[in-house]
Design a protein around this ligand. Sequence first.
Ligand SMILES: Nc1ncnc2c1ncn2[C@@H]1O[C@H](COP(=O)(O)OP(=O)(O)OP(=O)(O)O)[C@@H](O)[C@H]1O
Ligand SMILES: [Mg+2]
Length: 231
Amino acid sequence: MLAVQQLEAGYGESVILRDVSLKVEKGQVVCLLGRNGVGKTTLMRSIMGLLKARRGIVSYEKDNLTKAAPGVRAKRGIGYVPQGREIFPQLTVYENVLLGLEASREKTREIPASAIEKFPVLPTMYERRGGDLSGGQQQQLAFARALASKPEVLLLDEPCEGIQPSIVEDIRDVIRSIKAEGTTAILLVEQSLEFVQSVGDYFYILEKGAIAWEGGLEALSDEVIRTYLTV
Ligand SMILES: Nc1ncnc2c1ncn2[C@@H]1O[C@H](COP(=O)(O)OP(=O)(O)OP(=O)(O)O)[C@@H](O)[C@H]1O
Ligand SMILES: [Mg+2]
């Protein structure tokens, strides 16, 4: 289980996360919701270690990772598909996927079938430059890169943002199939309520630097949505 306890984080003088606590268990898709700019990406980056926590704890299973570098967290099994995908445009598709292997606990140079089988189009584009792919293809590449290290926790930051509908459906299927395997914990940030309601088991809503609401699918009522999510 991934656990965040009383996390505080920010940039310079500004405190973005004041007091955030949440949990994600294997086989679950936990969704993190909140209006634009509330700090969802900041939380993802703090869990990954790309931003230092000023207070609080990030742990996975029995390991306290609060002070661990991003590479250590990745090796411990945390995979990240960042908002905006962050593909290396000059590297080939194959090289981009290979980069994901850096975080693997196994000393292999071989991309595992589990990373690629969900995106059959990728191997047909291995020699192309990452920057030449469409947005949807880059998103699939970012997913494959994260899956290459066989993560136990997957952080997905707006995987459907700016993606054509057919690839959104592919991503929905991928998330469902990872969930069905039951061995990975998924923390998902996504703007589309329809999407999160179709895959999510549990929901946290971030507001003013803290979790303002949490609950299961049936509790995520229109009123909750109006109160915390409508602009
Ligand atoms: N590198 C940075 N330096 C300074 N401030 C930042 C930085 N990154 C983000 N912020 C600020 O932190 C706040 C939270 O940003 P963050 O990107 O975490 O929000 P978000 O919930 O992911 O938003 P969105 O829904 O637009 O993706 C915003 O006010 C943003 O301007
Ligand atoms: Mg964001």
